[in-house]
Design a binder for this molecule. Structure first.
Ligand SMILES: Cc1cc2nc3c(=O)[nH]c(=O)nc-3n(C[C@H](O)[C@H](O)[C@H](O)COP(=O)(O)OP(=O)(O)OC[C@H]3O[C@@H](n4cnc5c(N)ncnc54)[C@H](O)[C@@H]3O)c2cc1C
Length: 496
């Protein structure tokens, strides 16, 4: 439709709605009118608390001051996720945001380490990862260096409801109009099928040219009005229920998320400065709600401060995330369960993609197709990464874990697992937000042992290889002396 976009209407004011409003306002200024409609009576899902490092770029685009952001959202630092009992009961591993080792030429560090292991080196791969060393000692500090060997990439844990409020203040100040009300009817053009306006319960009408569906799991515009199909991925990711509960602050906050696997479920623990986020994720075919609640409550480390909330979901994605003049952002576009904290990132990347392709002089099919193609790859690579955690396991204590091992894998994931198992190789897809180091840590952590390594790792003489690895390990330990216990860092940084 070759009609200039003068007004954007954002339906929904959860994390997705306010992230969209804030960034769109920041990038486009007053070139388009932006109106956001949300309903306090309906509320938000309000459980997203763990993120991945690109959130820093998003906050930078918005011009947020990191200290103010952490203060406003009761945020803490996240260096990794610790996975307990995922491979087998009693064993743990970390998926850190760091990269083990250093760049040693043609082939990745793991090939040198795999060779050294065969030659008797005992240190795990993680002993060459600064993020892991910080997690082990529960310490952190900001290190400003261009040298990747000494970098400590990080993300945040934060209260997403507070983040939404923080962004709302900024967006409204920048000119975004907020309207309170329940959307009761969505009007469409009978010739084009495009959405023309929203009618609220109190009779108020909101018209616009481009609509961003941020109505959460309801997907009021993209699915309910335009009828775009939802692709159900529960054959690969069968979890369909979460119970969430907040508890009192732990005495000490850790700089990482905990993900603890149980007999037929997994539990998250997320440390914020004022309280902790906890929850359990499970599939109702394997675990009853009562048993899930019992498991969750018996594994809390501090006293609950609110009632347990149940959230049902279906893993999958909306077949087209941009259709006609509607773009779905947030839970309306799909959900892949929270194991790797990817939903807020998917919001970020959807908004950035939309802004890159922003149809200021009219909506064109080519932009829609590009947008949708990229989002497919992004969703599928994240899905496969999450599936990897479940399907490679050595647990035999329940039907759940046994069935997970027998899942029919997507072809690309099957290829990736085979390439790693055979020669320690990792293949990265374009638009995969998880890079080599992430796949490497989860493949090893879940128990895939490569049978071989790249021949280029044989070029170094044996003594030189050992010396090189020792030097890298030593270098990775150097910054530790500048680190502080995580709580001390937060206190000092925020008071500086
Ligand atoms: C159990 C669980 C754990 C999660 N953990 C994480 C995590 O650790 N990290 C992460 O990145 N993500 C996580 N997520 C995902 C994260 O919570 C969401 O991606 C994020 O909160 C965005 O939600 P949203 O804004 O799309 O939807 P919502 O928060 O549900 O917002 C929907 C908005 O639409 C409005 N609305 C709906 N219908 C109407 C109507 N008819 N009229 C007017 N307004 C309407 C609502 O009022 C609300 O403002 C988790 C999700 C779940 C379910």
């Amino acid at each position: 439709m070759q009609k200039p976009i003068k007004k954007v209407v954002i339906a929904g004011g959860g994390t997705a709605g306010w992230m969209t409003a804030a960034l769109m306002q920041r990038v486009l200024h007053k070139q388009v009118e932006i109106e956001l409609v949300e309903s306090e009576d309906i509320g938000i899902v309000g459980v997203g608390e763990a993120t991945i490092p690109p959130i820093q770029i998003f906050n930078e685009y918005l011009g947020l001051d990191e200290k103010e952001f952490l203060r406003e959202t009761n945020g803490t630092i996240k260096l990794a996720i610790k996975f307990d009992n995922w491979k087998k009961k009693g064993e743990s591993y970390f998926h850190t945001f760091g990269a083990p080792g250093a760049n040693l030429g043609f082939c990745n560090f793991q090939h040198y380490w795999l060779r050294a292991k065969k030659e008797g080196v005992r240190e795990s791969l993680w002993h060459y990862d600064l993020n892991y060393l910080c997690c082990e000692k529960e310490i952190f500090n900001k290190i400003n260096t261009p040298n990747p060997v000494y970098q400590v990439p990080y993300a945040y844990h934060f209260d997403s409801a507070l983040y939404g409020r923080f962004l709302r203040k900024r967006a409204e100040k920048g000119g975004v109009k907020r309207t309170e009300g329940i959307i009761e009817h969505v009007k469409t053009d009978e010739n084009t099928g495009f959405i023309t306006g929203l009618q609220l319960k109190d009779g108020h009408q909101i018209e616009g040219d481009l609509f961003v569906d941020c109505t959460g799991i309801r997907a009021l515009l993209i699915q309910k009005t335009l009828g775009v199909e939802y692709l159900d991925w529960s054959n690969l990711l069968p979890a369909n229920t979460a119970l969430a509960v907040q508890t009192e602050r732990f005495e000490k906050t850790l700089p990482y998320t905990r993900s603890i696997a149980h007999e037929a479920a997994w539990q998250w623990r997320i440390p914020l400065t004022h309280r902790n986020g906890n929850g359990i994720v499970y599939c109702s075919d394997y675990l009853s709600d009562e048993d899930a609640e019992r498991t969750l409550l018996s594994h809390l480390e501090s006293t609950p401060v609110n009632d347990v909330r149940k959230i049902h979901f279906k893993t999958g994605r909306t077949a087209r995330q941009w259709h006609k003049n509607v773009v779905a952002v947030g839970l309306s576009s799909g959900f892949l369960e929270p194991l790797e904290s990817t939903s807020i990132h998917l919001i970020q990347s959807a908004i950035v993609r939309l802004l890159k392709l922003f149809p200021h002089d009219g909506i064109r099919q080519a932009a829609i197709d590009l947008y949708n193609e990229e989002s497919v790859t992004e969703y599928e690579t994240i899905r496969d990464f999450i599936v990897l955690h479940y399907v490679v396991n050595e647990r035999d204590d329940s039907d759940f874990w046994n069935d997970m091992r027998r899942l029919k894998l997507p072809h690309r994931l099957e290829q990736k697992i085979a390439a790693f198992k055979e020669v320690g190789a990792i293949f990265n897809d374009q638009h995969d937000i998880f890079k080599d180091a992430s796949w490497l840590q989860v493949m090893l952590g879940q128990g895939i042992e490569p049978e071989d390594y790249h021949p280029a790792a044989n070029v170094l003489p044996q003594a030189q290889l050992k010396d090189t690895l020792d030097k890298i390990r030593h270098a990775k330990h150097q910054p530790l002396s500048k680190m502080l216990p995580h709580d001390d860092f937060i206190k000092q940084y925020l008071n500086a």
